[in-house]
Design a binder for this molecule. Structure first.
Ligand code: C2E
Ligand code: CA
Ligand code: CA
Length: 704
């Protein structure tokens, strides 16, 4: 309550004054404020109670002077303080000074002095009055704030403060400025959309709504920042709502994650690449066997669920092995690639084409409703192969055989589906290749037999279950045995004697014929040497050799080693090759046969007349003998065509200066006809069936 000069008595006025002083003292305490005055003439000071406390004195325990103040200032602040006072005295205005004092108890305090000078009538300063405020706490928190803002400013993250309503930047730290190429000042003119170009106003609003709805303290988003120069980078942003200078703002902490994204993309790409490699064939880029196996399971499941059907095609190039063997793997690879390309063009894109090994390919034809559709596609594939494959000035004519199985018609089982398509493919090969076959149950039995036969044939080779029978070749004019043909028999442990007609074709297909022919050669040579030693004259040995045998690199070696081993003379030998096999690749045959012929070995052409020999090749081949095929002999002497052909062959042999023999001669009149027409050499049941060695020995010792 203020003192009322007119009405208050001294007592009341003093009381009021006392009360005011009390509250003033209280106020000083609360605000950590002490008041003071300095007489500039005497330098004596008057301090309020709180001023004493500020310096660590008991109130009124000393008589303070201006020096008391100066001596408590930390030394480094003294020159500044003096300067400030000089300025103050000159300025006629109130001013303040911040500094540090060391109190009586040794602690250091931050203080803010605010002072003003009082002047006499002449303008001479006579007094300073002012306050001292303990601002230690304030300075501390200011410092803390400064440190914090420096941390924010220098953080490796980009930190932004944006106005919640306008999306304008209010602050961007130095990393943000460096990353984006804007100055702090330029930032203040931008909105969040200038930097995050992919974010629309609507999207921003949506995010804000989402943020306000979520109990989480922040939300995370991924955006793309566009730099001042137009380049971009990916950031992960943490967005938080706050107050800044009493304004509703949002703070963004953003981290450049371009590297992370690049790395994870790379990892992903690598993973994809590895997956691709694991499921694709590097030569043709087609899905491989593993992929196909997986795909067929999927296709079956899909067909089951939708009650649909599909077809599985099994394809194999005809005689691909020959291409590889004669032209080399590089050409073989090119052929496979070209085949893959043509297949690709023949199927629809939702069909699955795969290379499951070697020259074997499969196609899953989806959603097939009519057999006609399948046939059409199979025919289309066969047709695309009619166009020759042109490789390095060569034109290759290559065909394919296709086997087809149907889901669910033939089976619902994956392995059977593949097996049946494979079986049908073999059937297509049997049918002469360059064709397709749709599976039927009787094929399976055939295929089963074949598998059994194949296995037991391998065992037969291992266990040498083969026997050699001999059939004499007779000069019917002189009634003399001139030689004999070795004919193989399979002494099967349960089936008994198996005829070569039943196993030679398969042995040829499987390449097992090479080993079989060698076993026959060894046994027959040994037998012949034995007979010569015993003084029995068997004449010349005719060995049937498959073309595959002659193509073996070590054939000559093996032949001569075997002769050497059994003391077998080369003038005792004649090799038989069939006309069909020779004419499959005549130029190559000429080359192979010449090597053998040059070493003094006789060569005869078997089954002559059945193989469409061209006369020009026949002249070039190094031959000694033609064997007239049994089919013509069967027709003589009654059938006119048979007579004509046989006569023609005899004339041909004479003109080419070749020896001649007729095989399959069973009857007297056949023998007579041949003799009448100038063919004296006869082989056939008329003289003898093929016989085992012991029986043949008896035959040799008997007169014809
Ligand atoms: P091929 O070389 O034409 O042998 C002649 C075949 O005709 C033999 O059949 C023989 O037994 C039969 N034959 C001979 N004279 C007559 C006759 O008057 N009437 C009848 N109906 N048949 C007669 P085989 O022994 O069953 O041999 C069949 C084929 O198997 C042979 O035909 C030959 O191509 C092949 N072969 C036999 N042994 C071997 C061998 O050791 N190696 C090779 N690569 N093939 C062989
Ligand atoms: Ca023969
Ligand atoms: Ca023959």
């Amino acid at each position: 309550m203020p003192i009322d000069i007119e009405n208050d008595n001294i007592q009341t006025a003093l009381k009021k004054l006392k009360a005011r002083e009390d509250s003033f003292r209280q106020l000083e305490k609360i605000s950590h404020l002490g008041s003071w005055e300095v007489d500039l003439i005497t330098h004596k000071s008057i301090w309020s109670e709180n001023s004493y406390r500020l310096y660590g004195f008991e109130p009124f325990s000393i008589e303070p002077t201006f020096e008391t103040f100066l001596s408590h200032l930390v030394p480094e602040d003294v020159p500044r303080a003096k300067l400030a006072i000089e300025k103050l005295l000159a300025s006629h205005e109130a001013s303040s000074f911040k500094g540090k004092i060391r109190t009586e108890d040794g602690s250091v305090k931050d203080v803010l002095l605010t002072a003003q000078a009082l002047y006499d009538k002449n303008g001479t300063p006579i007094k300073l009055i002012g306050t001292t405020q303990d601002i230690t706490q304030q300075v501390k928190s200011e410092k803390k704030a400064q440190e914090l803002s420096s941390i924010i400013e220098n953080s490796a993250n980009e930190i932004y403060i944006l106005d919640w309503e306008t999306d304008r930047y209010l602050y961007a730290n130095s990393t943000a400025c460096d990353s984006l190429g804007y100055t702090k000042k330029e930032f203040l003119a931008l909105t969040v959309f200038d930097i995050n170009k992919s974010i629309s106003k609507e999207k921003a609003q949506e995010l804000k709504n989402q943020y306000e709805d979520t109990p989480a303290p922040y939300i995370m988003i991924q955006t793309i920042h566009t730099r001042e120069d137009g380049t971009v980078y990916h950031v992960q942003s943490n967005l938080q709502h706050m107050y800044y200078n009493s304004k509703k703002v949002y703070v963004i902490f953003a981290t450049d994650v371009t590297q992370n994204i690049l790395v994870s993309e790379l990892v992903e790409k690598q993973a994809k690449l590895l997956k691709y490699q694991a499921s694709h064939d590097p030569l043709t880029n087609l899905p491989n066997r593993a992929y196909f196996q997986q795909k067929i399971v999927e296709t079956i499941n899909n067909a089951k669920n939708h009650n649909t059907g599909f077809a599985l095609l099994f394809l194999d190039l005809d005689h691909f092995k020959d291409i590889n063997d004669s032209l080399g793997h590089q050409i073989g690879d090119k052929v496979l690639q070209e085949f893959a390309n043509r297949l690709q063009e023949s199927v629809r894109h939702d069909d699955t084409l795969a290379r499951i090994g070697g020259d074997e390919f499969t196609i899953i034809l989806n959603n097939i409703k009519k057999i006609d559709t399948i046939s059409a596609i199979a025919n289309k594939i066969i047709k695309t192969m009619q166009e020759p494959i042109k490789l390095a000035s060569k034109e290759l004519h290559i065909t394919t055989s296709i086997g087809i199985s149907l889901y669910p018609k033939h089976t619902q089982d994956k392995s059977n589906l593949i097996k049946f398509a494979d079986t049908a493919m073999y059937k297509a090969k049997e049918e002469g290749r360059n064709t397709y076959q749709i599976y039927s149950t009787d094929m399976s039995q055939y295929a089963y037999k074949k598998v059994v036969l194949e296995n037991s044939l391998r065992v037969a080779i291992k266990e040498k279950q083969f026997r050699v029978y001999y059939q004499p070749q007779v000069n019917s004019l002189e009634k003399k045995v001139t030689g004999m043909e070795a004919l193989v028999r399979w002494q099967h442990p349960t089936l008994g004697i198996v005829s070569p007609a039943d196993f030679i074709p398969l042995a040829e297909e499987l390449g097992l014929i090479v080993q079989i022919d060698r076993l026959v050669m060894q046994e027959a040579m040994q037998q012949f040497s034995q007979w010569y030693k015993e003084g029995v004259h068997p004449g010349r040995l005719s060995l049937n050799l498959a073309m595959a045998q002659l193509q073996q690199e070590d054939f000559s070696n093996f032949l001569f080693e075997t002769m050497h081993q059994y003391n077998f003379k080369k003038e005792w030998l004649e090799l038989e090759v069939t006309e069909t096999q020779v004419m499959q690749n005549p130029e190559y045959s000429i080359q192979l046969l010449e090597q053998i012929h040059n070493q003094g070995i006789h060569i005869s052409v078997d089954d002559f007349g059945t193989g469409y020999s061209s006369l020009s090749y026949l002249k070039k081949l190094p031959l000694n003998k033609l064997k007239i095929d049994k089919s013509f002999i069967d027709d003589v002497p009654k059938d006119e065509d048979g007579i004509a052909i046989t006569k023609a062959i005899i004339a041909l042999a004479k003109s080419l200066n070749l020896d001649l023999i007729a095989e399959g001669v069973e009857k007297e009149e056949q023998k007579e006809f041949l003799l009448d027409n100038g063919c004296n050499a006869i082989q056939g049941y008329f003289y003898s069936k093929p016989l085992p060695a012991d029986k043949m020995k008896i035959f040799l010792q008997t007169e014809i």
